[in-house]
Design a protein around this ligand. Structure first.
Ligand code: SAH
Length: 253
């Protein structure tokens, strides 16, 4: 019965090494056994964001836990482009979309920021983390992005390293030349992207953002995008210019 099933892909926090055992918690055991109907002997792929991706198999699946035997390294861990997303949380569904898409698009940290016009449902960083795990499992990513606690915009900007360029998605930006701007940021080796709330940033906030050294405004075209679309477009632009879409500018393995 198991033969036609593709291997589940699960994120774990345990270390992964050849010929070792990993214990899955109750939630993952339930998912594997009851939801996905896996049984002892079935393959499963595990990753932990540190040790690469491993082919494993289930040894036993119980109600409270499951045991997995780690067999063979499928892919070594790779360094990912160091891109942080700062975003104003939105309504629940849109925020979920942002978490899912930003994970698929490879942001390494997701930072919800409180802005003057943030109009969000209650922020649940723990839920966001679970959504990020699910997206990472599904998109074959080798890591799960960190989710920061929500902080005020000003504090979030203060906490960014000075040498980390802030790419500011500004729907009223009149200048052109996104690609040239991003080209100059290639050598920075780490980046951040800032997208505002549905209502946009206030004038004071825009002044504060622009006043930060190493802020680079970009336009995502002449149409006003919804914030979640802007996240997708902005991260795509970064991956295509300084990130891992071009294949020639990701540093080490
Ligand atoms: N209500 C605002 C629009 C906010 S759009 C207004 O009408 O002016 C939400 C966020 O998406 C903005 O804060 C910005 O960061 C980003 N965004 C949307 N469209 C964009 C565009 N064309 N270029 C750059 N950023 C954009």
């Amino acid at each position: 019965m198991a033969a036609h099933k593709s291997a589940l892909r699960l994120y774990v926090t345990s270390d992964l090494a050849s010929d070792t055992g990993v214990v899955l918690d109750k939630g993952q055991a339930h998912y594997a056994g009851n939801v996905m109907r896996r049984q002892a002997g079935d393959p499963v792929i595990l990753f932990n964001g540190r040790d690469g991706e491993w082919l494993c198999d289930f040894q036993e699946i119980r109600k409270q836990h499951a045991l997995v035997h780690v067999r063979e390294l499928l892919r070594p861990q790779k360094q990912e482009p160091d891109i942080i997303l700062l975003f104003a949380p939105l309504k629940k569904i849109q925020t979920s979309l942002v978490i899912q898409k930003a994970t698929e698009l490879g942001a390494v940290r997701l930072c919800p920021v409180q802005t003057v016009r943030t109009n969000a449902d209650r922020i649940r960083e723990d839920k966001m983390y679970l959504q990020a795990i699910e997206a990472a499992e599904q998109c074959e990513r080798l890591s799960v992005p960190e989710i920061s606690d929500i902080s005020r915009l000003e504090k979030a900007l203060d906490e960014l390293d000075a040498d980390r360029p802030l790419v500011f998605c500004d729907e009223r930006f009149a200048g052109g030349g996104n690609l040239q701007v991003l080209e100059t940021l290639k050598s920075a080796g780490k980046w951040s992207l800032l997208v505002g709330p549905e209502g946009g940033f206030s004038e004071e906030e825009k002044t504060m953002i622009r006043a930060r050294d190493n802020t680079h405004a970009i336009s995502l075209g002449p149409r006003i995008l919804r914030a979640e679309t802007a996240v997708i477009a902005g991260l795509s632009l970064l991956q295509a210019t300084v990130g891992d879409w071009s294949g020639d500018n990701v540093t080490s393995e």
